[in-house]
Write a protein that binds this ligand. Structure first.
Ligand code: IMP
Length: 197
């Protein structure tokens, strides 16, 4: 049975993500080190899958730090848009991170198509300096609504209602969102993967 290393570099400059992962790793006594702390540059996300980009970021961080590195890649995948924005979820909001615009673009893209289903996807990649690589995915299915609702969360949260909920992630807030979190599900799958080895 494998276990998590005691120190992991998180290949992300997002303080929110560092805090989120620190909480998830708390029971394992793992220290999460943010990319800022070790001065990691951000590589260009050139792959065309969540898995590819998560691995690219984790490998890049591992080459620089020679420490175990964790990276995540996530996004919203809309059925009526053949999976878009997908890996381009952040990029749809443009350089000013205008998610009101990105959410409108999603809704306009769906147009009068009756299928309003979508899913959030998160993929985690853990790369060790010895070359071992572990990848795990988590998903949450739901339905989109418009106009956006709720002031919590970030990104596409205000237009996404998880399956069997009438409130959006923007209305549910951190606690409500937690039980559906695609990142937490990916984490649980990564944990199960390591335990199985
Ligand atoms: P990443 O940081 O490159 O993985 O980009 C992920 C992008 O997907 C974010 O900028 C958001 O637009 C979107 N996204 C991922 N997870 C969530 C979520 O939990 N809520 C809302 N948007 C999300």
């Amino acid at each position: 049975m494998m276990s998590f290393p005691k120190k992991i570099v998180l290949a992300s400059h997002n303080a929110g993500k560092v805090a989120e992962f620190q909480t998830m790793f708390e029971p394992y006594d793992v220290k999460i080190i943010g990319a800022d702390v070790v001065g990691l540059p951000e590589p260009e996300e050139t792959e065309d899958t969540f898995e590819g980009n998560a691995l690219l970021k984790a490998r890049h961080a591992c080459e620089i730090t020679a420490m175990p590195c964790l990276a995540d890649d996530s996004g919203l995948s809309v059925t009526a848009l053949d999976g878009a924005p997908g890996i381009y979820s952040a990029r749809w909001a443009g350089p000013t991170k205008d998610f009101d615009m990105a959410m409108k673009k999603v809704w306009d893209g769906i147009g009068d198509k009756p299928d309003k289903t979508a899913r959030f996807v998160a993929v985690l990649a853990l790369v060790h300096p010895d070359g071992m690589e572990y990848v795990a995915r988590g998903e949450v299915n739901g339905n989109l609504c418009y106009p956006p609702r709720g002031g919590y969360g970030f990104g596409y949260d205000p237009i996404f209602m998880p399956e069997n909920e009438t409130q959006t992630f923007g209305e549910l807030g951190a606690e409500g969102k937690d039980k559906y979190s695609h990142r937490k599900r990916a984490f649980d799958n990564l944990e199960a993967l390591l335990k199985s080895i």
